[in-house]
Design a protein around this ligand. Sequence first.
Ligand SMILES: NC(=O)c1ccc[n+]([C@@H]2O[C@H](COP(=O)([O-])OP(=O)(O)OC[C@H]3O[C@@H](n4cnc5c(N)ncnc54)[C@H](O)[C@@H]3O)[C@@H](O)[C@H]2O)c1
Length: 451
Amino acid sequence: MKKIVIQGLGYVGLAMMTFCAGAQKKNKYLYNVVGIEKNSKKGLKIIKEINSNQTPKIVDDKKFINFYSRLKKKNRIKASINTDEYLNADIVFVCSNCDYNFSKSKVDIKNYIKNIKQISKKIKNNCLIIIQSTLPPGTTEKILEPLIKKNLSKRGIKNFYLCHSFERITPGRDYYSSMKNVERIIGGRNKKSLIITKKIFRDIFKLELNKVIEFSSPSESETCKIIENSYRALNIAFIEEWRKFCSKNNLDLEKILSCIRQRKTHSNIMRSGIGVGGYCLTKDPLFARSSSKQILRKKFNFTLSSEAVKINKKMTFDVMSEIKSKFSKKIINKKVLLIGVSYREDTNDTRHSPAENVFNFLKKIKCKLSFYDPIVNYWKYNNNQSIEKKDLKKFDVYIHLVKHKCFENLNIQYKKKSLILDLNHVLDEKKKSKLSNNKNYEYYCLGSKQL
Ligand SMILES: NC(=O)c1ccc[n+]([C@@H]2O[C@H](COP(=O)([O-])OP(=O)(O)OC[C@H]3O[C@@H](n4cnc5c(N)ncnc54)[C@H](O)[C@@H]3O)[C@@H](O)[C@H]2O)c1
């Protein structure tokens, strides 16, 4: 049986390890699988969790949990910090993180290179490396491939296979299906690398032929991911510009946008929102400029992508500043409840969540803060301020931030005379009109006209 090693067991690696461990043909498992984590506090915690009988805290998708638990019972899920596991690997999936250093305005490529060094110092001849991390375009070809070559030739090893294949997994309720049912995009170092990677993806995910898209270079797969996420970040920033304009001039942005959506070509125009969170959209567009500056050394500035990240980063502060000036007396010093704190709906992932900035902003204006989010089982930010459903009644201000599915049937008995803010289009039309027609409350929805 071939051996697969996964480097990095975060959101991407955990799922990849599980799918590889579960891959079967004619009722027989196809691969021996081991996940490797870093010998760090975080890495050791992850290993301990995986090797215990708990299900990993980062997962809140029942389908995935069932799949994972079945494999766990059969002893198919193994995790370790021992890098010797790379020695006899036939395939290595690289799912470790490549971070952006915001204070130095550059990609932290040095740390990522260390991850690849660890692998290339151990693997055997003919090993296939599939890089799934999001990287500045050009990184695999210009930096990683020469590095792997050098380290292998030092040990007299001549051949290896290499592809970049970016990941599209979404943490949350669709964790399993966003991994299983999507196209796989691969950019290979050469034809043979593409052929074997394609076969492995088809084995692991039972993909139809047309669901594997090939590029003849890893740089194209890397670029594909960066364009995809920059496009989304830009769209968000574009609407944010107009949100500010409409808010200043008391124009009904949401009504304007719904008119625009009637044109077929514009039907997917975005809504306004409270901010951009998560691990990817907050950094990936910046990888474009980094690619030019640090990797390919060409003079492309990517002004739009970089500006989009700036606008998006300021968005929560700008929205909250407006809220403060609009409702100062009703909010400063008051008891405030945040409803939903993850970075997007139906996930427990709170990385770079806009709620964090909302929380900080309100703390500075002396609000007494609590939050309610039944999906988020831990928010390192401030867990002792989490409240139960039964305690929803007693706040001066309610701020809806995340549209979790489980909130659809949540009928809060808001305290009389309270201020209700929907800052992320959480409430449906029925609830909205009920609130705006009820004189017991003051209600405001982001992007709409203030009467
Ligand atoms: N989270 C997502 O939804 C998502 C989606 C698409 C792509 N990506 C990309 O995939 C990559 C991984 O993302 P993630 O969300 O899983 O990140 P993560 O931070 O949750 O996980 C990465 C893991 O790699 C581990 N690691 C780092 N160096 C290591 C080493 N040398 N050996 C073993 N383990 C090591 C870290 O300890 C960490 O647990 C990133 O490049 C990210 O941009 C993420």
